[in-house]
Design a protein around this ligand. Sequence first.
Ligand SMILES: Cc1cc2nc3c(=O)[nH]c(=O)nc-3n(C[C@H](O)[C@H](O)[C@H](O)COP(=O)(O)O)c2cc1C
Length: 270
Amino acid sequence: MCADSSDAARELAAAVLPADTVGLLEGLTTTRAIRRYTDEPVPREALRAMLFAATRAPSGSNRQPFRFIVLTDGPKAGAAKKLIGDAARRTWGGKRQRDRYDSGTGTVADSPKARMAAAMQQFVDGFERVPVLILPCLVRYRDPTPTEGASVYPACQNLLLAARALGYGGAFTGWNFAVDAQLRELLGVPEGTFVAGTITLGRPAGRHGPVRRRPMAELVFEEEWGAPADWALDPPGTAFTSAGPPRPPAAAGGGTAGGTAGSDEERPRS
Ligand SMILES: Cc1cc2nc3c(=O)[nH]c(=O)nc-3n(C[C@H](O)[C@H](O)[C@H](O)COP(=O)(O)O)c2cc1C
């Protein structure tokens, strides 16, 4: 570390976290998957705050098996972005066909489905320009179990929520899985460590806003499976959507993208 950077590190270590201007409940109901970013780099102060939030996440027995590889503009970051970007383009290309994004209302300019496809295409086409990638990892201490993800994915959501609090945005993606072996070799990820996803991060070019989900009454039961709770009422102004991915035209009554009403360009699902 040169003198300048160690001075900067000392200064950063002495600095408190940036002010949080978004309330917790508001933040977690308005943290969308953001896939379009400005070219603005994410400063170390902001990365430090987001990663601090991530590393405060819960984990089984508080083992804290999560690790994070932060990729910005170094040579390995560039190579990893290209590797994952190529995988993203291949994977999205297949999904675009499989989920028939280009039929039904997908052919209607400006329909939610067409906008989703355009947003996803733009995301993967410009993947190498995403300011920051974060690879959350899980250091395994036993054979894989169905619940092991619960010791790394809450940290990912903490990170995305912290990004939201600081005016940044991101998306959790699984684009890395198709190039797992190459990535591990490039970044020196040890055996027994699971690379659990790829979080893209930057200053949103679009905006955050209320997430859309199915009505609470469809998702919350009381006493037994399927029994609605009479207090499970969405607050006024809640916007809904059905669960993705888009249904084929016959099932979707003309091929809407999962029946999404009033979607905007940040709405694609994966
Ligand atoms: C397990 C998981 C996997 C995901 N994989 C991808 C992905 O590969 N690519 C992507 O663009 N978004 C991905 N997402 C983001 C979801 O598409 C997004 O959260 C969902 O459509 C809801 O949109 P919203 O978060 O903006 O409300 C993933 C999210 C989760 C939780």
